[in-house]
Design a protein around this ligand. Sequence first.
Ligand SMILES: C[S@@+](CC[C@H](N)C(=O)[O-])C[C@H]1O[C@@H](n2cnc3c(N)ncnc32)[C@H](O)[C@@H]1O
Length: 375
Amino acid sequence: MAEDQTEAVAASAKATTAAEPETAPAASQPTEAAQPATSQPPIEADTEAGPASIPVDDNSADNQTVDEGYAASTTGTNETTSMSSSVRDYQFENNRRYHKFHEGKYHFPNDEPEQAREDMRHCMMVHTCGGALHYAPLKNPQKVLDIGTGTGIWAIDMGDEYPEAEVVGIDLSPIQPSWVPANVRFLVDDAEQPWVTEPETYDYIHIRNMASAVKNWDSLMTQALTALKPGGWIEIQDLNWLLRCDDDTMGPDYSLTQMTKYMGQALSNFGIKLHSPDDNPERLTEAGFVDIRHKIDKVPVGTWPRDPNMKTIGLYNRSTMYDGLHGIAMGPLTRGLKWTPEEVEVFLVSVRKDLLDSRVHSYVHMHTLCGQKPL
Ligand SMILES: C[S@@+](CC[C@H](N)C(=O)[O-])C[C@H]1O[C@@H](n2cnc3c(N)ncnc32)[C@H](O)[C@@H]1O
């Protein structure tokens, strides 16, 4: 719609790089910020059957231990002082800091504790993928776009891995560091606005941990398809927060199940479907992508698995949850379900208790999905 277009142009004009002054050269100018800036598929067999069950460590005695060892994020916002105030400002609510640009769009904080959680989750997901930063079969990518880049940790790693590529990360929040590889840059922009990117710009578009953010996946995929070069790849990676268990250790009153139910209801009141990873393979096909590849990994909650690698993943997962519970729950439950902050705090007491209970062998699915733009 014309009105939307106007707003998009205005949004684009406001968008700028996280570390560049408003008078930055044309290459870093806002218009570029608004250029976010991805045969019938063999869906992998394990998609249908699901991964194998995880052997349990019967001797797990650390059910009161939470990993405190991960350093807080070193990202800061001091470098953003020259940006326009609408982009630079923050909004504060219930002792948490939220983005100001397109205020109220994303319901989770962007403060230091949340950034630490994001960075730890990055480690967990890359570890779960055996150290790989991508699943798509990339060959010498030249232009890479990371949508909802967060602290920029993936984009920075990607820039290191592909020094010949230009990696652009976009986000609503200017929380990315300024000391980054020369081939990496960050822009503030809203990926759900109409893109003005030149068609066929990117070799690879990466979207991770956006299930609790994106309202219109169809539109996002269609815009990504246009922005990708023929043969380019899109990749979407998300945890699906549906608590699962292969034995009878997870009861019906498991508070994490309750929490994800409430979170799903809260986000759906904003038009966001928490369990979108289930639908995204079909959406990619409908958008026009081919050679869809879909991998599902089990991610344990806690240190209950016997296998040391799964135990590490479970520890990462539990720690990101435990440390981040306040930030995860406060925005959605107060904004979306109109709970008071005190009600949220009381509810989280039982969630914390259940999170530390290694007798419950719960896990979630991590979906890694990619598809190619037809040649
Ligand atoms: C859960 S974090 C994921 C960060 C990063 N992708 C990662 O996996 O480490 C989601 C990020 O998406 C950003 N975001 C949410 N909606 C967005 C939008 N419409 N456009 C751009 N960024 C958005 C948020 O500001 C937040 O930093």
